[in-house]
Design a protein around this ligand. Structure first.
Ligand code: FES
Length: 164
């Protein structure tokens, strides 16, 4: 990783945005990467904006590396005010925003965030429907989900590695 990128990641981590669970979220997406063991959960709350259903705010929790946390912080700011379709149209590198291009070994960190976003927003994803319905009033934290698993446990979506 370049020194420049490391500095940009540290800058994002110095003041991470939108970290933590969100009570009353409209949707939740949880993803994991089996290779590195990182996990990320993303909450989304919508609002009406002149007849358009747009993202009011989003928050995240992560058992992730610094890059994933930095990308999640930037991405949750970036998607504010966008419709689900607009947010889903964002490419991985756009979610990483001002971090700039990520080195190949760190691209999957941004894909973890992208996967959580897709999991939370994509109504076609059957695995997601279980997560988002009914809207949780007090969703367990990511830590709770893993330290105190209930019957059925937490639903995790593992990302496919490109080329598999
Ligand atoms: Fe796997 Fe960053 S090292 S998410």
């Amino acid at each position: 990783m370049t020194e420049d990128l490391q500095k940009r990641i540290q800058a994002a981590l110095a003041n991470p945005q939108n970290m933590g669970e969100m009570a009353g979220a409209d949707s939740i997406g949880t993803v994991g990467n089996a290779d590195c063991g990182e996990m990320l959960r993303l909450w989304v709350k919508f609002k009406d904006d002149n007849g358009r259903k747009v993202i009011d705010r989003a928050s995240f929790q992560s058992f992730g590396c610094e890059t994933a946390i930095a990308v999640a912080s930037l991405a949750t700011e970036l998607i504010r005010g966008k419709t689900a379709e607009e947010a889903l149209a964002l490419k991985t590198e756009e979610l990483a925003g001002e971090l700039g291009p990520l080195p190949p070994m760190k691209i999957h960190c941004a894909q973890l965030v992208e996967g959580a976003l897709r999991s939370a927003l994509d109504p076609q994803n059957a695995a997601v429907k279980k997560e988002i319905s009914p809207a949780p009033t007090s969703a367990p934290t990511l830590l709770d989900s893993f330290s105190k698993p209930k019957a059925g446990g937490v639903k995790l979506t593992f990302l496919d590695e490109p080329g598999q």
